[in-house]
Design a protein around this ligand. Structure first.
Ligand SMILES: Cc1ncc(COP(=O)(O)O)c(C=O)c1O
Length: 447
């Protein structure tokens, strides 16, 4: 194959239309459930009843937790978890720098301070890096199961216990992921999931918290589920019960139409996770035909990834122009789903974390106290791609997507193993606004 064959060099794209894995899936049962909710006129669910209770019961059952609380975003679920464990001004929380900023941003609302730690080469939490950051103010640790791959929970739990820290898991990429067979979100004081459109369980906007602690659950309800729900659900003997009628000034109730769309998805989650494993292996096999490309987030014996996305490292010594060129080349061929995780720019590069402010306190310390060589390397060298989940009825769509990935990976592998090509233009990518995982445009179309 000659240099000019690549679309990025002006050649003909290998795909005849732009390809990204369509998400969320659609099922007539889910749409009918939305319609029934709409026709019922119940467009607010004030207490723990109806479709909200149904979702929470299914979520708690799937995770073996006592309590579950649906919120209007993952951010709200995290905020509720942080308030739930009692964080406030003066407290420090160990937090990965390699995550989406919403993992930590609500800490500023409480006057607590995230203290950033570097990650492992696969993007998971590095307790070794966190060790040196523990101070007499450290009260908790929040981790993210990045791209769906569980952190090493034996290590994380041992670390939290050794230092007497509450653990919150941000599972927004990791619905249905397991560590040694146990669902993520159940290892600490609370787990929090986003249900935003791109997430594996998608309500459009929404979130959910799970906990075994009555105290965390009560405090979480107080933060955003005042009046009917809090009054009925909170422990009436608890010290905060008198506040249940008003709450504390926030409202985190979810829209029932989003919950109605999402509730039926829970029953399919396990089969999606199974389906993703084979597709991830296959996509890894296709891209590793290109010398210098290494998958970073495949499942291991202990860690079953939800494969929100599959992350690859690109070695610029073997792929001239490195990651930015490779992504531009895939996109030019029509494979839009290959992209740079811009929204997950490490937190230490973002203004808020470099210059922390809070509505409720003044900080006398910083979030950034160390260097982050591994996170910086991931930010500079990795790309991600969606992984199909083999939903029943979508076999053709999944096969078409895989064929598109194969055609593009093969063309690039052939090109790179053959002719040299001109130097790429420098990247001008900016930080985005969403932690995108799955795309949502057209399906396959291989020339
Ligand atoms: C890792 C992570 N945490 C938290 C969030 C916040 O969720 P939401 O957008 O539902 O508030 C997201 C959403 O993109 C995320 O990717």
């Amino acid at each position: 194959m000659s240099v000019s064959d690549l679309a990025v060099d002006g050649g003909q794209p290998v795909l005849d239309r732009t390809t990204a894995y369509p998400w969320p899936k659609q099922r007539s049962e889910w749409s009918e459930r939305v319609l029934r909710q709409l026709e019922s006129g119940k467009l607010s669910v004030y207490d723990r009843s109806g479709v909200v209770a149904e979702f929470e019961d299914a979520w708690a059952a799937a995770h073996g937790t006592e309590f579950s609380l649906v919120t209007n975003s993952g951010t709200a679920a995290l905020h509720s978890a942080f308030y739930g464990i009692g964080l406030g001004p003066g407290d420090e929380v160990l937090c990965p720098t390699y995550t989406f900023f919403a993992t930590a941003a609500s800490l500023f609302q409480l006057g607590a301070l995230p203290v950033l730690a570097d990650c492992r080469p696969d993007g998971s939490f590095d307790t070794g890096a966190a060790e040196q950051l523990v101070t007499d103010r450290t009260k908790a640790i929040v981790i993210t199961h990045m791209w769906g791959l569980p952190c090493d929970m034996d290590e994380v739990v041992a670390f939290a216990e050794r230092h007497g820290l509450d653990l919150v898991e941000d599972c927004s990429h990791a619905h249905g992921a397991t560590y040694r067979g146990r669902p993520v979100g159940t290892f600490g004081a609370a787990g929090a999931w986003s249900l935003q459109t791109q997430k594996l369980i998608a309500a459009g906007e929404g979130g959910v918290l799970a906990t075994r602690s009555r105290e965390v659950y009560d405090r979480a309800q107080l933060l955003g589920h005042f009046n009917k729900r809090a009054m009925k659900e909170m422990d009436a003997a608890g010290p905060l019960y008198p506040y249940s009628v008003t709450g504390l000034g926030l409202k985190y109730r979810a829209h029932p139409l989003g919950v109605a769309f999402a509730v039926g998805q829970i029953a399919e989650l396990d089969s999606w996770i199974k389906g993703k494993q084979g597709f991830a292996e296959e996509i890894a096999r296709l891209f590793t035909r290109i010398a210098g490309i290494t998958p970073l987030t495949l499942s291991t014996a202990e860690r079953t990834s939800a494969h929100y996305a599959l992350l690859f490292d690109v070695d610029p010594a073997l792929v001239p122009g490195g990651r930015d060129w490779l992504v531009a080349a895939c996109n030019a061929e029509g494979l839009d789903d290959v992209d740079i995780p811009k929204a997950t720019s490490p937190l230490h590069t973002l203004h808020l974390f470099q210059n922390p402010i809070s509505p409720v306190t003044t900080y006398d310390r910083t979030c950034v106290r160390t260097a982050f060589p591994i996170a910086d390397r991931l930010a500079a060298r990795t790309f991600k791609i969606s992984v199909p989940c083999a939903p029943v009825g979508y076999e053709e769509e999944d096969a078409g997507y895989l064929a598109a990935v194969e055609a593009v990976a093969r063309k690039l592998a052939d090109h790179l193993s053959g002719a040299a090509r001109p130097a790429p233009a420098p990247s001008t990518e900016a930080v985005g606004t969403e932690a995108a995982g799955t795309g949502a445009s057209s399906a396959e179309g291989v020339r």
